[in-house]
Design a protein around this ligand. Sequence first.
Ligand code: SF4
Ligand code: SF4
Length: 472
Amino acid sequence: MEHFDIKSDKAAGFINQQEIIRILSYAKEHCLEKNLALEILKKAEQMQGLSAEETAVLLLNQDEQLTDQIFTLATKIKNAYYGNRVVLFAPLYLSNYCVNGCTYCPYHASNHNIPRLKMSQEQIKAEVIALQDMGHKRLALEAGEHPLYNPLSYILESIETIYSIHHQSGSIRRVNVNIAATTVENYKLLQAAKIGTYILFQETYNQKQYEKLHPHGPKANYAYHTEAMDRAMSAGIEDVGLGVLFGLHNYAYELVALLLHAKHLETKFGAGPHTISVPRLRPADGINVQNFPDALPDDLFLKIVALLRIAVPYTGIIMSTRETETIRKKSLKLGVSQISGGSKTSVGGYTANDEQTEESAQFETADNRSLDEIVGWLMQLGYIPSFCTACYGKGRQGIDFMKICKEQQIHNFCAPNALLTLEEYLQNYASSKTRYIGSMLFNAETSKLPEVQKKILFSRIKDAKNGSVKFF
Ligand code: SF4
Ligand code: SF4
């Protein structure tokens, strides 16, 4: 039996079941000790993060006053690291052919009710133009796992197609990729294709539950899936994104394991995850959420978002349109730094609105507003919507990125870049109502910048009008 070792190459070593159980029993035993909880909160105020054990103590203590304190601190940390900026992106589903058997996903191989679709390069081009016309600059590619329909060569070709399209003033500047666990060689190819972040959700860290939910297909191999980020980072991919699908297993187990995974990557590679996503089980074709007793209620879900913000302050938190406007609003305050907008979760959904396309969706979205509406909404809440993709092009990745984040220096780049890309959006894509709200926000926010930076920003905005965007 493998012992707990945060640096281990083996899933059973760094996501060690005995260690998780030990942490949870410790937390259960001590969570009601008020002094301990306050001591942990005091440590968290240093904004350098918390261990999985400390986070578990705060999670299991259900005192309402403490939860309020956690929320207040999470908001403070969110503001210190990310200010009022929110990065926007959209998912792009390439294909829903899949050989796996994930019981919570309608794309599982034995679901014969949904249409199976795969986009050609021409269709991808049309979808990307539609996304560019909305104003998107950052995509998350999604595809089922299928060696015949979706081999890596198809993914690589699609990435090349996406980067090559420059429609009017549009371009996609960062393609993040969410595809199945693969080999070091394939990760090297993805890295060479200039992907942004490689994202892979663990779904659940509990091996027994994982094996039950993934009865067949390559994804059934728990260790291979759990060790994927190690292979990706060994292959040179510096930014990786973790996530669990909350609702598949006990939330406390998942949070502890997720933090151990983050610690493992940080200890082994010098940089923790670039992002953590917080998807929650949603209804979909043939998927009844009632069958999942661990489905997470809103209040606990929000507490988890806040605790993630406190535990890993320098890691971006992503929330998709699975969540409602209300939950997204609350989560943005507590720690979410990136959201999707105007999303379609079907294959070809940005250009076709026929029945077949709609039925190919992976899950029901709960926030169906257009990107323009989301941008306007964010600004009315006082946030700066950002389409920034600067860091990848500037080499601010992995360890370098984390260093800038930990020193809370990322503000110096994010703030002017957010304003630069917001202005680009307002000029080229916004409705007159959104442009009006935006111009007021833009003026208020630029007045906060140091004079020198403001001068550079205005000159870069001028250049951007001629099609050349120079980031900070
Ligand atoms: Fe396939 Fe991913 Fe759905 Fe599993 S979760 S069935 S791997 S698309
Ligand atoms: Fe993200 Fe870097 Fe842009 Fe900040 S400057 S929003 S960290 S890409």
